[in-house]
Design a protein around this ligand. Structure first.
Ligand SMILES: Nc1ncnc2c1ncn2[C@@H]1O[C@H](COP(=O)(O)OP(=O)(O)OP(=O)(O)O)[C@@H](O)[C@H]1O
Length: 306
């Protein structure tokens, strides 16, 4: 099997770098023709994926976290060969997307699992938004797009320079607490398949292909990456203490049934802000776009070996 790996060398910080040596050894052993391609800057994994998808590999393996997977998914789906099969080597901090698949953690077992796994089709999301000049922009995502408090947290956690100061989970907790204290709820209309399901102030809305975000928070427990639909969680305005309490329950999906939360299924979600602010949107754990947008599910567009 001819395999190209797209690796983000900074994913997961020091822990991610430690994981890499045993993964590389196990994969080189199982797949002697392995080629490694490293991203050189933010967003570079998208360019690499688009170029590599057009060549004659049997498989593209993504070594990184959710941001790298998101860039590679976008690059492959924008390439001349969107059917290029993908597999995942988790070396990121949160690694939420791969929680949707039952992957072994031992490197040799993971290599064998990928070698044996049948090809299957899963869904991806498409975001249609506008850049600061008002031009339409399109990008794909793999896992979850969210706005509100989560958008603010993701922007704060990833702000330039912060990756070096605190390590992954501590940085996330620290900036989450700060962002919650500072959060002023946005005013939104949320439309799902043309029906208005919410208008007014929001704590958070998550549009999910997969079930987890924020490093293990099980925000949409009913999401299924292969059912052709999003699961959408709409969390209404809440006090700071209420928000902290709700977010604290997310890891074990203890938020389900909370009176301020509603869950929906749909294929097309429109988020219309009531004022035209360029608020940050969390796209697979990165601030990839700003302001209102439309999200569409693309059923079965991704080919994976998981
Ligand atoms: N060579 C590079 N130098 C600097 N940044 C890079 C480089 N390659 C990729 N990036 C950027 O690194 C960021 C983080 O990547 P990624 O999300 O994969 O890791 P993570 O944040 O540790 O994991 P997770 O998202 O699962 O928590 C992405 O925004 C990506 O664009």
């Amino acid at each position: 099997m001819r395999i190209a790996v797209v690796r983000n060398p900074i994913a997961g910080g020091r822990a991610g770098q430690k994981q890499w040596a045993p993964l590389l050894a196990a994969f080189s052993n199982r797949f002697p023709d392995l080629e490694i391609h490293e991203s050189r800057s933010s967003g570079d994994a998208r360019r690499l994926a688009r170029e590599l998808a057009a060549r004659s590999y049997d498989l593209l393996v993504v070594a990184g976290g959710d941001g790298t997977i998101s860039d590679v998914v976008d690059g492959v789906l924008m390439s001349t060969n969107p059917d290029m099969p993908l597999a995942f080597l988790p070396t990121g901090t949160g690694c939420d997307f791969i929680r949707n698949f039952n992957l072994p953690s031992d490197p040799a077992a993971l290599a064998e699992h990928i070698a044996q796994a049948p090809l299957r089709k899963i869904d991806a999301g498409l975001l249609i938004s506008r850049d600061a000049e008002g031009n339409e922009q399109r990008r794909h995502f793999a896992n979850i797009t969210s706005v509100g408090i989560s958008g603010e947290i993701v922007e704060a956690v990833n702000a330039p320079g912060r990756r070096r100061i605190l390590n992954g989970p501590i940085r996330f907790l620290f900036h989450s607490a700060l962002a919650i204290l500072r959060y002023r709820p946005y005013d939104f209309e949320v439309l799902i398949d043309g029906m208005r399901v919410h208008h007014g102030k929001l704590a958070l809305t998550a549009i999910a292909n997969g079930g987890w975000f924020g490093g293990g928070m099980h925000i949409t427990p009913d999401a299924n990456v292969a059912d052709g639909r999003f699961e959408i969680a709409v969390m209404r305005e809440e006090s700071v203490f209420g928000l902290l309490n709700l977010l604290g329950r997310l890891h074990k999906a203890g938020h389900v049934g909370h009176p301020l939360l509603s869950f929906h299924k749909g294929r097309r979600v429109e988020l219309r802000p009531r004022d035209p602010a360029r608020f940050p949107v969390d796209v697979d754990g990165e601030t990839a776009i700003r302001g209102g947008f439309i999200a569409e599910i693309l059923p079965g567009v991704l080919t994976v070996r998981t």
